[in-house]
Design a protein. Sequence first.
Length: 120
Amino acid sequence: MIRTHTFLKYARINLQEAEAALQEDHPELAAGRCSDAVSALIKALVAAVPLRAPLSESPDHNDLKRIIEDLADNPVDVRELPAALLEAKSGSTVRSRAEAEALFSRAGQLFRAVHDLCVQ
């Protein structure tokens, strides 16, 4: 559980740095920090469940789906979470501040969802 909390802390720090980058009008840097935050969220999920077989460094959709199903009280409520995490982690290129703000908002939503799953 310590590793899970550590990765959640890393995600929070990256989100704070993304917010600061947005305030300083650096949308590319903010997008990179959001991607780093989502990577930490995925690592937090992996660390939250005892696995029978070790996962690769970057779990795929099915791996994340199984982990989330193990953690969630109602897996139907979070069925889109694996795809959303992998999409946000891909670090989509941003062309404007508005796109960076949307990515930051989405990363914040993902943080809350993963935090709620891991810290029940």
